[in-house]
Design a protein. Sequence first.
Length: 201
Amino acid sequence: MFRKILSAVLFFCAAPAAFAGQGDDGFYTRADAGYVYSTAGGVKESYAAQTGFGRKYGDFLRAEFDLSFTRVRVRGAQAFENAAASGTRAHARSFAATGTLLADLFSVKGATPYIGVGGGVARNALEDFRLNGRNMAGDIRYHLAWQAVGGVGIELSANFTLDVSYSYMDAGNAKTKKDGGERLRQDVKMRKVLLGLRYHF
């Protein structure tokens, strides 16, 4: 698993160099926090945070590697493939390591909109909970994950950029442990709005 993640980091950091032209190259770090405001059925609003590093290649391309954490609430009659009662409530934690390729589209007075797409690995941990009067044991699952990103970077100074972004991530699913042959599943598909800061070296 570690070798796969390391290979992905090297690929996402090195591949854009073949396409980059002249421009302001360089490394940067970033940190973001925000809100999971709307997701697929059964998963409710919660919060998210991420940190990572990236490299800019010319005026157009960037590559990033990020570690993200999202805690989501699973509740309501739509939870666990419509197997839950309306009062069911559970929590899941999703950690993801992703590499993302981004394109800075244009700049106007220090504001630069961008789009991007990426993929990686997610670790989804479902906490124990009660379902329809029964005790259910949560499980830990690893899945391939992908995301699409759009946002705008606002230059604050030569070293700092304010980043406002929207992202959609499909992190696979969270499951309960088998109980008498029954295993319940909840998709972990998240729409996030993040506010962050980039520091350019």
